[in-house]
Design a protein around this ligand. Structure first.
Ligand code: FAD
Ligand code: SF4
Length: 490
């Protein structure tokens, strides 16, 4: 816990708030419920499901926070947001100050307020758990403060140090890249972000659907970075269009690689090459980034009546809920363990069920069969049971002898994990890469085996979360700045 976080608690206005409402009264308030679109309506469109809480609800929820002297919620936040300070600002109605507090440490609060797994991070450590009470809805409050600022039109911009003339390059434009770029620009660097695709935002744009994270929210955050001087170059593939050596020749003194883990994995079972079997990356990218399914767009996408999505993570859940919105009569989630072991966010599981997604847990596909045209029409599933915990700590799925089921399907979306994008690691000689193709870095500094190359996000972790990627970006910015300053780089 930093001294700043402790000191801010001593400010008079916070002491007054604590004195005005007792902890006992605060504990009596029930946790706010997020207003949601009706499931019958929402599966007909791409509108955001969570509608956001009102100002009254936010102030009421903020009162539940006990402003703990040693706030454990902060230790659960990978970017160390001063959570009690932003919440207490909401309680006193200073919504702009709440948003400013968030921005001290988070480049994308409106994004994180929507997609972070708070239930496993900050909220899991909230003191309310110890008193058998639901945790403070930190994620809802974060989203409220960020949205309030955006909707008010008066957006606070961070302080920017005078330009130091030092050029740094960023590879990729997902959350790790954006958070690195923001921090470096604030420190006065000349930052250029290179993105292979024709849109900025990484998975926030091409992966996570609009019904969870509208693109306009991501664009707003990107515009904020443009306003503080970050330059964005689209359609440039580092390792092909421009090499590591080219970047040096162009005068870049530091390079941050945040090229993500966009390479889909398959199960290598018979029939996976049939038409109608595809990765969730392909499915979601066609729909989210390339407009497939929208009336005036040409991008084709296969639509299924009986759609099976294989996997139990956020990507699987996003795919199966997308299939429902694309008109599937049956959208089935097939997962080899039980619901308890599913890595997807609890909220996503709840929403999927409300939307009529069928859950086939403890089942694993072993073969797909196709019709005379080569299109998948049947899936053979092995029934599973839970065995001993495996290296992930979760109980492992074990096949039940002879228990095979067959189901008619006309579209299968495979969502069983991703691997790091290999292009950048492979294109740079002498860069240390792990067996899994992740870039090896020092965990403290995010520095790779090359002195001027830092890396973070999924290219280092091999598939993690938005907030962890952002945390990596921040650490890399801090350490690259220290290294460049101590070298006397100009
Ligand atoms: P990415 O976001 O993957 O961005 C990498 C970017 O680099 C891409 O835009 C790519 O085009 C670009 N790139 C790659 N190679 C090159 C190159 N050679 N040159 C230039 N550019 C290149 N996390 C959560 O916390 N909550 C969620 O709810 C959640 N839901 C998810 C849903 C889906 C469908 C998916 C796929 C992931 C989800 N995640 C979620 C995970 C999260 O989105 C990722 O962990 C995070 O985006 C990783 O960020 P990143 O910056 O490392 O990379
Ligand atoms: Fe507030 Fe919970 Fe954090 Fe305590 S742990 S400061 S109650 S959010």
């Amino acid at each position: 816990m930093t001294n700043d976080i402790k000191e801010s608690r001593n400010e008079q206005w916070r002491e007054d708030l604590r004195r005005n409402v007792s902890a006992k009264e605060r504990m009596k308030i029930s946790r706010v419920k997020m207003p949601e679109l009706d499931p019958k309506y929402r599966i007909t469109c791409n509108e955001e499901v969570n509608m956001g809480i009102t100002a009254e609800m936010a102030v009421q929820e903020a009162k539940r926070c006990l402003d703990c002297p040693n706030p454990q919620c902060v230790t659960g936040c990978p970017v160390g947001i001063n959570i009690p300070k932003f919440i207490k600002n909401i309680e006193r109605g200073a919504f702009d100050k709440a948003a400013a507090t968030l921005k001290e440490t988070s480049a994308l609060p409106a994004v994180c307020g929507r997609v972070c797994p708070q239930e496993k991070q900050c909220e899991s450590r909230c003191i309310h758990h110890k008193m058998n009470s639901e945790p403070v809805a930190i994620g809802y409050l974060e989203r409220f403060a960020a949205d309030h600022e955006r909707n008010s039109g008066i957006v606070s911009r961070p302080e920017i140090a005078p330009a130091n003339g030092i050029k740094v390059a960023v590879v990729g434009s997902g959350p790790a890249a954006l958070s690195f770029a923001g921090d470096m620009a604030k420190m006065g660097y000349d930052v250029t972000v290179y993105e292979a695709l024709h849109e900025i935002g990484g998975v926030l744009k091409y992966g996570i659907p609009e019904f969870r994270l509208p693109n306009s929210i991501v664009d707003h955050e990107i515009n904020g970075l443009k306003e503080i001087g970050v330059k964005f170059e689209k359609d440039i593939i580092i390792g092909k269009t421009l090499t590591y050596d080219d970047l040096h020749e162009m005068g870049f003194k530091g390079i941050f690689v945040a090229s993500g883990a966009g390479l889909p994995r398959f199960m290598n079972i018979p029939g996976e090459n049939l038409n109608g079997v595809m990765s969730s990356n392909e499915y979601l990218t066609r729909i989210n980034l390339m407009g497939a399914g929208k009336p005036d767009w040409d991008t084709p996408v296969l639509k299924g009546r009986n759609v099976a999505v294989i996997g139990g993570g956020n990507t699987a859940m996003d795919s199966v809920r997308t299939a429902k919105r694309m008109g599937a009569e049956r959208a089935i989630l097939v997962y080899r363990r039980s619901e308890e072991e599913m890595p997807a966010r609890i909220e996503e599981v709840k929403h999927a069920k409300e939307e009529g997604v069928e859950f086939m847990t403890l089942h694993n596909p072993i073969e797909y069969k196709g019709d005379e045209t080569g299109r998948v029409n049947l899936m053979r599933l092995q029934k599973m049971e839970l065995g001993e915990p495996d290296e992930s700590g979760r109980r492992s799925p074990v096949p039940v002898d002879g228990a095979i089921e067959e189901i008619s399907v006309d579209l299968v979306i495979v969502s069983v994990g991703v691997s790091p994008n290999p292009l950048v690691p492979k294109s740079i000689k002498s860069l240390e890469v792990s067996k899994r193709n992740t870039i090896v870095v020092d965990n403290e500094t995010m520095k790779s085996s090359l002195p001027d190359l830092y890396a973070g996000g999924d290219i280092v972790r091999g598939g993690a979360t938005v907030i962890l990627a952002m945390g990596d970006g921040r650490r890399a910015a801090k350490c690259m700045n220290e290294a460049l300053m101590s070298n006397g780089t100009k």
